[in-house]
Design a protein around this ligand. Structure first.
Ligand code: HPA
Length: 266
């Protein structure tokens, strides 16, 4: 077992300032890293165990060219039954070890008929429909303010940079609003119709808690969805985790391409 101080010491000679959370079926970016250091979540004191197939549950620290990054292969979802606080603690651990920018990826269903499965979407804003918040409870003012602003949660400068990289590399990058549901069920057709009226372009079961915790503690966010399917009712065939994994595999090529080029230009 290692504690946070030991983790921080381990990072002293690596000094990653960018972390990447890899969503379902999107763990491949970590394979592109040089000089890898792997730390399993179960070895870190206070980290919960991830329970979803397709999520390995480890930090992979390594280099993309001369840039050191920390990948989270596997994340914690509220539908796993974790206390929402756990997600804030993981993000605050990233802050503690020196992370300044967080790239969050996820697999999501598309609610926008123009955004097709296998494509990617830059998240420009979110709707928290989960009913949960990782920052419930007493606030630690040393970490961040009790009431915090969300007007630049998805950092506009980072969005601009991502758009430029996508254009330069001929990567189709849709843009829109991500709506988080608690899960674990996929939505009903009526829910999907309602979410479209609310203004959502994609729906998924993650990301929002991590973004809230990151904004609270002052980590900048870039977030990208891999669109794996159309939402229930838009698509008439039943949804399954297998379909989201195969959709993620289709989208992962351009997602990896975008993120690798983004990191290289840092
Ligand atoms: N709904 C919720 N979460 C998802 C979906 C979806 O359609 N696809 C991938 N993750």
């Amino acid at each position: 077992m290692i504690n946070l101080n030991q983790l921080q010491n381990l990072m002293q000679n690596r000094k990653p300032e960018t972390a990447i959370i890899l969503g379902s079926g999107l763990g491949g970016i970590a394979d592109n890293l040089q000089n890898k250091l792997i730390i399993k979540y179960e070895e870190i004191e206070g980290f919960p165990k991830s329970t979803v197939a397709g999520h390995n549950g480890q930090f992979v620290i390594g280099r993309i060219e001369d840039k050191e990054v920390l990948c989270m292969q596997g994340r914690f979802h509220l539908y796993e039954g974790h206390n929402p606080k756990v997600i804030a603690e993981v993000i605050q651990a990233l802050k503690y070890i020196g992370i300044k920018e967080l790239i969050v990826t996820n697999a999501a269903g598309s609610l926008n008929p123009d955004f097709h499965p296998g494509e990617i979407m830059l998240i420009t804003d979110h709707i928290n429909f989960s009913g949960c918040n990782p920052l419930l409870g007493a606030n630690d003012d040393k970490i961040g303010p009790r009431f915090f602003d969300m007007s630049n949660a998805y950092d506009k400068d980072l969005q601009k940079k991502a758009r430029n990289i996508a254009q330069k590399n001929n990567i189709k990058l849709n843009e829109g609003t991500y709506l988080m549901v608690l899960g674990p069920n996929f939505e009903t057709a009526a829910e999907i119709r309602a979410f479209r009226i609310l203004g959502a372009d994609a729906v998924g079961m993650s990301t929002v808690p991590e973004v809230l915790a990151a904004v609270h503690c002052g980590i900048k966010i870039l977030a990208i969805s891999a669109l794996t399917n159309f939402g229930t009712g838009i698509q008439t065939t039943p949804l399954s985790h297998e379909e989201t994994l195969s959709g993620a595999a289709k989208a992962s090529g351009c997602l990896t391409d975008l993120i690798i080029n983004y990191i290289k230009e840092k």
